[in-house]
Design a protein around this ligand. Structure first.
Ligand code: API
Length: 282
């Protein structure tokens, strides 16, 4: 099986072109290929597939084999790959995900063809508990709620960007024990489908620092849907402006929560290598 290794701001996935080959048992493949010692090593697996309603469809599997609705860093890489494959395609594409059909715009880096900058219209956030999903009154929002874990109470805002996010504000994110609290929050009984957790330090009204604990993958260097949720939560709770720069462990994303309530995200997409992985066709 041929694969491509790409990352967006250090959030790395193995990509397989499903236009060229069939991929069987992707859940099991994701677990094996993501392993950083016994596999290729990645945060998960992304399949690039034909679509009936868009230029392509993506399916995204976490390193634990669970399928997620969307991946913001991943969709930028899928867009870059499709543009590189067909240079006459133009820079604007649509990509179908389990969170809907999203529009992307790719700008090639003239000095380094391995890297592109990609802007994604991430769509509108879903704010009701029932949409996240989260227990409690299903029509209510969960902005600025207190979540009790062990001996600590966090102030959190929960936002769905198609997939679920819990944004937690902390004073010093570099010193914060992301692995310990991330795992506890991911599996908190409030969240029946588990949750991705963003730990955020506010630098100013237009700048934040984020570390990410991902559902099904642990700490990753970046999360695009998470950075989008952070933009929405920051604006709606009065912490940040509509446009922010988000400093993640693996790079910087620029985001805007627009007047029409869609989130625009811009960041890098980089191809690192291609390879072959032994995986039976059926
Ligand atoms: N890293 C991805 C999100 C993965 C989310 C996944 N861990 C889930 O289960 O929802 C991003 O850039 O948006």
């Amino acid at each position: 099986m041929k694969f491509i290794k790409m990352h967006g701001a250090g959030n790395d996935y193995v990509y397989v072109d499903g236009f060229q080959q069939d991929v069987h048992r992707p859940e099991e493949l994701a677990v094996r290929i993501s392993d950083r010692h016994f596999g290729v090593g990645s945060d998960g697996l992304i399949l690039i597939l034909p679509s009936d309603c868009a230029d392509a469809r993506m399916r995204m599997f976490n390193a634990d084999g669970s399928e997620a609705q969307m991946c913001g860093n991943g969709i930028r890489c899928v867009a870059k790959y499709l543009c590189d494959q067909q240079s006459d395609r133009g820079s604007q594409l649509t990509i179908e995900t389990l969170a809907g059909v999203l529009s992307v715009d790719v700008t090639a880096d003239t000095e380094n063809p391995a890297i592109s900058q990609v802007t994604v219209n991430m769509g509108q956030p879903r704010l009701q508990r029932g949409q996240i999903p989260m227990t409690g009154p299903q029509q209510d929002q969960a902005l600025e709620v207190e979540i009790r874990v062990k001996n600590r109470t966090f102030t959190a805002s929960c936002v769905s960007m198609g997939n679920p996010h819990c944004v937690v504000y902390v004073d010093d994110v570099e010193q914060f024990d992301v692995a310990y609290w991330g795992a506890l929050l991911e599996n908190h009984p409030l969240f029946p489908e588990r949750i991705n957790v963003e730990f955020v330090e506010i630098i100013s009204g237009s700048e934040v620092r984020q570390r990410t604990w991902e559902r099904g993958a642990g700490e990753t260097l970046a999360c695009g849907t998470g950075a989008s949720a952070v933009t929405v939560a920051g604006f709606l709770t009065g912490r940040t402006q509509r446009t922010i720069r988000n400093h993640l462990r693996g790079g910087v994303l620029t985001l805007e929560y627009c007047d029409d309530e869609t989130v625009m995200m811009t960041g890098p997409a980089e191809q690192v290598f291609t390879g072959d992985y032994p995986w039976p066709e059926a």
